[in-house]
Design a protein around this ligand. Sequence first.
Ligand code: SF4
Length: 315
Amino acid sequence: MKIILAAPRGFCAGVNMAIDSLDLTLQKFGPPVYVYHEIVHNQYVVNTFRDKGAVFVNTIDEVPEGSVLLFSAHGVSPQVREAARARNLNALDATCPLVTKVHLEAIKYAKAGYTIILIGHDGHDEVIGTMGEAPEAILLVEDEEDVDKLEVKDESKLAYLTQTTLSVDDANRVIRRLRERFPHIESPPKDDICYATQNRQEAVRILSDDVDVVVVLGSQNSSNSQRLRELAADDGKPAYLIDGPADLSIENFSNASTVLITAGASAPESVVQATIDWLVEHFDATVEVKQIREESVQFPLPKPLRAFAAEVRAK
Ligand code: SF4
């Protein structure tokens, strides 16, 4: 068996920053550190931090007054920030700057009196946070049928935004339909679907043609990982989204001589390596890395952690 190992894959700049933030917060303040929602959507990462003393909560009411709280990479609504203030929490913010960019766009359009069409997945943490910025001005659409059902009061003041982790192809279909229905609809100058989502999808699009099976490392609730699996499946390939090799069986690879491995933006490299080891053990696989694009993006830590991070690094 030959493994084609996609690059780029795995952790993006936002996930790296969020994970470093939680690690440093635990070191600086000691456990427990409360985290609003999963720090990133990955079971391995969440369980590892749980063992170190992170407590993941879904409501601010669950956090004892005066505790240390970290907002996850997916961002939160102003209502959640206010609830944390009211409870006198020491809140730190690990929201990915590319999610914050979408929040700021929503605020800008809402202030200018626009109706905002947000393309995204209902119930996703990021969508809930973005919609909370201007609940009265934002309408959520998931697909083209939703666009057909839209009723807007002023078509001359209409803009669309997207969740950062959508399928580029699906989003383009929805945007096309929006432009057909509302030719004057506006959008921000720069894409909301983030660089990491686009690059990982581009790699699967290019590399999946020449393989028999595609394996995506990532958790079921990870939007960008699900999109990678769908992309491969749409290309007619058996495609598996797994947390690690324990989710695989020998039968998944019957008659497979070439396997593409990639990982969503929240999946650590350790689970990629464990999956490679499993395939080497069972199929005597060899590995070839195929680099489709270089990435060098980095995001700064939340301000309250920067001096402490410098101290830790200097030790
Ligand atoms: Fe930020 Fe994109 Fe990573 Fe999400 S996937 S944390 S938006 S860089």
